[in-house]
Ligand binder design. Structure first.
Ligand code: LMR
Length: 400
């Protein structure tokens, strides 16, 4: 065989989240639990296919007439439904054509299209992430060519937000800096801004002409579809041009179907047309056009009143079960003799608990109990249930 051109290629490190799932899948311990990746499991420990998704799939497949390509920007009806969910059905933004939405490959794919688009038109801008942020943000924006920095966010002392630190840093950023914000259910901390705090951030963003990029992967997992859209709508109402990456991976439990959207808020319908033409170029040169199936299903559910109601009920069930697990987790840690106060976990929102567990404890839990937790100490509460929570809390109590 001729000399390989790949001999200099080094082994890449495992992904901090998906790499854990790979290790989990290879673990033969029958009581293993994957508290790493943000995936909802039901009370019996299964990642369910929502009933409403099954129903929509049956209806869609019976009526499907073609498998021809979707347009570069995806299914138009789906993109419209996404806008309604983001801004509210009666939003003037939609009526005036001040938003461009393209179908994306989940939240990650939508972020990447947005990052590539920004990099093309703001080559000197830098990206600012919350400290900490979703593990994949940094490498995703770096892969798009950006220098990535961080602004203060989490305060380990209070288990809350370092809001002053955040605001003071944002005030120093030059115009066009890309500021990545988690619109709700901050990943990994579960610590969100209050409505008043969002308004102060909006003033700074507007005053300094920063470019907000809202990561909105968990709509419906905080307080509900409408309440969780507060930040997105506040930016929109303030007339701030921004980008929003949204996802249905979690809210439809359609993780493997890769369905999300990138929305760009613009100043006018005319600007929207130009922006869309360029976003389409990014898509065309990456993957040409998105898959049809998941967009058809989400569109059908969002636009059919009966299916929509069923979806909202199933989403509420997931949200409530996670909240219930939050309460039980805190309670059970106490029952297992943990003296440290973990009640802050009840105030966090979304799928995760930023537990404060040190990296050594995380390592021990994996090696000794086959409990898989992200290195930052982030725990996915949506993987807990009444059958495993006792053993999880006992194991944690042993390493504290
Ligand atoms: C997570 O944070 O666990 C999820 O967003 C899944 C992922 O792709 O990392």
């Amino acid at each position: 065989m001729s000399t390989s051109p790949f001999t200099h290629i080094e082994q890449a490190p495992p992904d901090p989240i998906i790499g854990l799932t790979e290790a989990f899948n290879n673990d033969s311990n029958p009581s293993k639990v994957n508290l790493g990746v943000g995936i909802y499991q039901d009370a019996s420990g299964k990642v369910p296919v929502l009933k409403v998704v099954r129903e929509a799939e049956a209806r869609y497949y019976a009526a499907e007439t073609t498998k021809t390509y979707l347009p570069i920007d995806g299914l138009a009806a789906y993109n419209k439904e996404v806008q309604k969910l983001l801004f509210g059905a009666d939003s003037p933004i939609i009526a005036e054509g001040r938003a461009v939405t393209v179908q994306g490959l989940g939240g990650t794919g939508s972020l990447k299209v947005g990052a590539d688009f920004l990099r093309r038109f703001f080559p000197d801008a830098q990206v600012w992430l919350s400290n900490p942020s979703w593990e994949n943000h940094q490498q995703l924006f770096e892969a798009a060519g950006f220098k990535v920095n961080s602004y203060p966010y989490y305060d380990a002392e209070t288990h809350g937000l370092n809001f002053n630190g955040m605001l003071e840093t944002l005030k120093t950023l030059p115009a066009n800096s890309v500021v990545v914000l988690h619109a709700c259910c901050h990943n990994p901390t579960g610590v969100d801004l209050s409505e008043e705090q969002w308004k102060l951030v909006i003033d700074v963003v507007q005053g300094n002409n920063l470019t907000p990029f809202l990561d909105f992967a968990y709509q419906g997992f905080g307080d509900g579809l409408e309440a969780d859209a507060f930040a997105v709508r506040a930016f929109a109402e303030a007339g701030i041009p921004c980008l929003i990456a949204s996802s249905f991976s979690k809210s439809f439990a359609m993780y493997r179907e890769r369905i999300g959207a990138l929305t760009v808020l613009t100043a006018s319908a005319e600007e929207s047309k130009r922006v869309l033409s360029q976003v389409k170029r990014v898509i065309r040169t990456n993957y040409s056009s998105p898959p049809s199936h998941p967009a058809q299903i989400v569109n059908l559910v969002l636009s059919d009143p009966e299916l929509r109601q069923q979806w909202e009920a199933e989403l509420a069930e997931m949200r409530d079960r996670i909240k219930d697990m939050r309460e039980k987790f805190v309670e059970m840690l106490r029952e297992k003799g943990v003296e440290q106060d973990f009640s802050f976990i009840k105030n966090q929102r979304g799928m995760f608990s930023y537990s404060g567990l040190a990296p050594e404890a995380v390592k021990m839990l994996r090696e000794e109990n086959s409990l898989y937790i992200v290195g930052s100490g982030r725990i996915c509460l949506a993987a807990m249930n009444d059958n495993n929570i006792g053993a999880i809390c006992e194991a944690i109590a042993n390493v504290l």
